[in-house]
Design a protein around this ligand. Structure first.
Ligand code: P53
Length: 482
């Protein structure tokens, strides 16, 4: 099949805390992601995140690190020193755009400084200038799971409205410094993660005694939505371009069967775990189903008319999302999980990778149609890809035919959606050069078209090697043949 859209943007995506390394160089502060140790998984298909262990006291132990543990996200794939080589590889593969993230802790290590850290700015100036010199566009995420830890410690994280102002100050600096070289902006990566793990953005229950966990997670999320709307308003004003998107972890699911009780549960699950976040950024107000849920959970969002007007008046210009897999929903599963609405049940028609992520190209076509019909905003697939545990062979490559199949299936789905009439304008493959996994901290959960020679303990040369999928992608870009 031929891919027909000529100006479609194809590229690769990474994030500072999983890719850059040099966690304490040039004045950078730590973030929570860099304070979680590597622990080998016994069962990769079970959800590894034990949220109860994410206390601030626990996380803080990593600073002294008396136990001598390994913290993979402090080292990433050493992109900080190898960025030129990495951008060269993206360009060689024929990519049009590089989605990356700026580390807040490199620019304002404590969040509350008056002046930005010049060394941090310098790194991104160099990186962006290099991208421009090679003719590759840039999409920049401003917050990818990396609120500086000092903001958590001193201010209690995102429960504190002062943090909104700190984020806006950070954004203003980025627009002043990089407004002319960045093509698209995403204020928050997967903003919905805060609604179940506020600790990932340095907001810990123990710093808010008497506040319920439900209140904590939805207030954190609310404050991030307000920060995002303020940043969109500021960006529009300062830069005069309509180039702001949201980024939502899109969790498409299907009802397990046509039993109406399961369909009702599925509808509820899709509202709360999916539509809610897109509704907020596209329509600028809380949907009624969420107001009902807040009543049920006794959540009272601390806000005012001014904040709600900012939200209403500053929707994003396009919707972006990550799409990896789909799941299923059944009443029985939800009851078993005590009302947990993850919607990640098994689907007998789909195959999964070793981590249980179910591969579903048609689900991408479904998702693109669904979001386009519902919001009529241009769509951008900010993350997609498949993780595998891989080793270099004697020819110093990886024969990753399964990744080529994954790409084909998903690229066909994009073409099908375009033929359906959907306005989707770009795609960035996740972890295009191998990097540390967000969820499991493994280096060996690899997504790349390029292999990076580091193991789970950061042992190795860090050298880059093209996988078979790299060559396939390059040919696809030249010929348009899927
Ligand atoms: P990893 C869960 C579900 C969907 C997307 O994830 C997720 C997560 C978090 O684990 O995160 C995004 O590395 C995220 C990236 C992340 C990528 O998906 O756990 O934006 O930072 O690496 C893949 O396999």
């Amino acid at each position: 099949m031929k891919f027909t859209k000529k100006d479609f943007l194809w590229g690769g995506a990474t994030a500072a805390n999983q890719f850059e390394g040099e966690y304490n160089k040039d004045g950078k502060s730590l973030n929570v992601a860099e304070m979680i140790p590597y622990t080998p998984l016994e069962d990769r298909a079970s959800m590894p995140m034990n949220l109860a262990s994410f206390t601030r006291a626990n996380i803080e132990k990593s600073i002294e690190n008396k136990a001598g543990l390994h913290y993979p996200k402090r080292f990433g794939s050493n992109h900080y020193n190898r960025y030129k080589e990495d951008i060269d590889l993206l360009v060689e593969a024929g990519m049009d755009i590089y989605r990356m993230s700026i580390s807040w802790g490199r620019i304002f290590p404590n969040g509350d400084e008056d002046q930005p850290n010049a060394k941090g700015l310098e790194f991104y100036h160099n990186l962006f200038n290099y991208c421009k010199s090679k003719g590759i566009k840039v999409m920049t995420t401003m917050h990818h799971f990396d609120t500086p830890y000092p903001i958590g410690k001193k201010y209690g994280g995102w429960m504190n409205k002062q943090v909104i102002d700190m984020f806006v100050k950070y954004a203003k600096t980025l627009f002043t410094e990089f407004g002319d070289v960045v093509d698209y902006w995403l204020p928050f990566n997967e903003i919905n993660i805060s609604s179940f793990a506020p600790m990932m953005s340095a907001t810990f229950p123990e710093d808010h005694p008497g506040v319920s966990y439900d209140q904590l997670r939805f207030q954190t999320l609310h404050n991030q939505f307000i920060a995002q709307a303020k940043v969109v308003a500021l960006g529009h004003e300062m830069l005069g371009k309509k180039n702001f998107g949201c980024m939502v972890a899109n969790m498409t699911s299907y009802p397990i069967d046509c039993n109406p009780v399961n369909v009702i549960e599925w509808q509820k699950q899709q509202q709360i775990a999916r539509y809610f976040f897109f509704d907020m950024v596209a329509k600028g107000e809380y949907p009624t189903y969420m107001l009902k849920l807040f009543e049920k959970l006794n959540v009272k969002i601390d806000t005012n008319d001014q904040e709600m007007a900012i939200l209403k008046n500053n929707p994003v210009d396009f919707l972006s999302f990550s799409y990896y897999m789909t799941g299923t929903v059944s009443k029985a599963e939800i009851e078993k999980a005590n009302g947990n609405l993850m919607g990640m049940g098994k689907n007998p028609f789909l195959k999964a990778n070793e981590w249980g992520w179910q591969i579903d190209g048609q689900g991408l076509r479904f998702t693109l149609n669904d979001l386009w019909d519902r919001y009529h905003l241009p769509l951008f697939i900010a993350e997609n890809g498949v993780g595998h545990d891989e080793k270099l062979n004697d020819q110093k490559t990886v024969e990753d035919d399964y990744r080529i199949d994954y790409m084909k299936e998903h690229f066909v789905a994009i073409q099908d959606a375009l033929d359906d009439g959907v306005n989707v304008f770009g795609y960035t493959m996740w972890g295009v050069i191998d990097l540390v996994s967000a969820g499991t901290n493994e280096m060996s959960k690899r997504y790349g078209l390029v292999y990076v020679d580091y193991d789970d303990y950061h042992k190795g040369t860090g050298d880059r090697f093209k996988k078979k999928s790299f060559t396939w992608f390059k040919k696809f870009k030249e010929s348009g043949e899927i």
